[in-house]
Design a protein around this ligand. Structure first.
Ligand SMILES: NC(=O)c1ccc[n+]([C@@H]2O[C@H](COP(=O)([O-])OP(=O)(O)OC[C@H]3O[C@@H](n4cnc5c(N)ncnc54)[C@H](O)[C@@H]3O)[C@@H](O)[C@H]2O)c1
Length: 345
């Protein structure tokens, strides 16, 4: 499996790509916010008519079955077929939703992604996972389907709100810890959110994800390492959402990174200095997530639902060193200790 990732001036890359492909029709699906900012520019750059654009609601709300049905209806109306190209232009919600609609329409039509958030450029658009939410359960229905090409241009990130940039920062920090000390040190040298809108840093993160996905496209082995920080992070995100408290995915993952690095140091011989560095890096951009001791058992219950678990034991990604990781069982008392240390930071 080869992931075709191209970083640079989107319009030129698109024209080069399209020149050699015999597509009879091109449509673009986006969300309201992205289209509101870049619609005119992109329509002109790609020479599209307004009839070839389909606009979804912004963000997570586009990942519903109802919006998939509307997208399929648009495809039927426009006589989309195997010689059509569908462009998904937006953040991870748009690529998840459009990727799902396209991969199930006529058992799969060709797509091209243009990610417009930092998180989508370093993570969501790379890897061929599509997903929608059903009955409040996130990403519960989805497919594996790879776009022909992913065109990433930092030009689109200039309008991104700071909290959205932070969601990308959490995943970049994760990638760096799984990748190399050199990359982690480069990220840790940054002090401001905007400094992460940096082509070289984004390329490094996107290339790391690409490499892992190419080794294990269908998430059977190697790719599970990308769950680092997410076993505890997902549990925290679910708990706070159940408690109707605001929590961003990035803040939950950042807390997960801190606690899973703590467990790596305390029980699996990771050097303490790595834990201290992760804490420093995360604290620059994320406030501490608020939960208390009475929440611990619920958090551990939520972790027992994690798909990495075997025989009712909680498995998580453990760092032996930066760039060296393993998936290992961690006991509830060890997890309780990490939660305790975190709330007392
Ligand atoms: N498929 C995967 O492998 C994968 C991996 C990680 C996350 N995801 C999914 O990605 C989704 C989150 O994606 P996201 O973080 O990219 O956010 P998003 O797509 O939900 O967008 C967040 C908000 O930012 C707006 N926005 C997007 N680009 C903008 C820009 N350039 N300027 C200003 N506003 C902009 C959107 O309209 C939206 O309101 C989640 O649904 C998550 O489940 C998927």
């Amino acid at each position: 499996m080869k992931v075709n990732l191209c970083l640079g001036a989107y319009s030129a890359v698109f024209k080069d790509f399209i020149a050699s492909k015999p597509f009879t029709k091109i449509f673009l699906v986006t969300d309201e916010t992205v289209w509101g900012i870049y619609g005119e520019e992109v329509r002109n750059a790609f020479d599209l008519t307004t009839r070839s654009i389909f606009i979804l609601p912004s963000g997570e709300s586009c990942k519903t079955l109802e919006n998939i049905r509307k997208t399929w209806s648009f495809f039927i109306d426009k006589k989309v077929d195997k010689s059509t190209l569908v462009i998904a232009f937006g953040g991870g919600s748009v690529s998840d939703s459009v990727g799902f609609a396209a991969s199930t329409f006529k058992r799969g039509i060709e797509t091209l992604y243009i990610p417009t958030t930092l998180l989508a450029q370093v993570d969501a658009a790379i890897g061929g996972k599509t997903a929608i939410n059903i009955g409040g359960v996130k990403n519960v229905v989805g497919t594996f389907s790879f776009p022909l090409i992913i065109i990433s241009d930092t030009h689109f990130l200039k309008s991104l709100p700071s909290d959205e940039i932070k969601n990308g920062i959490a995943e970049m920090l994760k990638h760096s810890l799984l990748c190399s000390k050199e990359y982690f040190d480069k990220l840790n040298a940054k002090t401001k959110v905007e400094e992460f809108i940096n082509e070289d840093l984004i390329i490094e993160s996107a290339k790391f994800k690409t490499k892992v996905v190419e080794e294990d496209p269908f998430d059977k082995s190697e790719r599970k390492q990308l769950n680092f920080g997410h076993t505890i992070g997902h549990a925290i995100e679910s708990l706070l959402l159940q408690q109707k408290k605001d929590i961003s995915h990035g803040a939950a993952v950042a807390a997960g990174l801190v606690m899973e690095t703590y467990l790596s140091y305390k029980y699996f011989e990771l050097n303490r200095s790595v834990y201290e560095d992760v804490l420093t890096a995360v604290s620059k951009y994320f406030d501490k997530v608020q939960f208390t001791e009475p929440d611990f058992e619920m958090l551990i219950d939520l972790m027992t639902l994690d798909k990495k678990n075997i025989h009712n034991e909680i498995f998580m990604v453990i760092l032996r060193d930066i760039g060296q990781q393993e998936i290992l069982a961690v006991s509830p008392p060890q997890i309780r200790e990490a939660l305790h240390v975190y709330i007392n930071l």
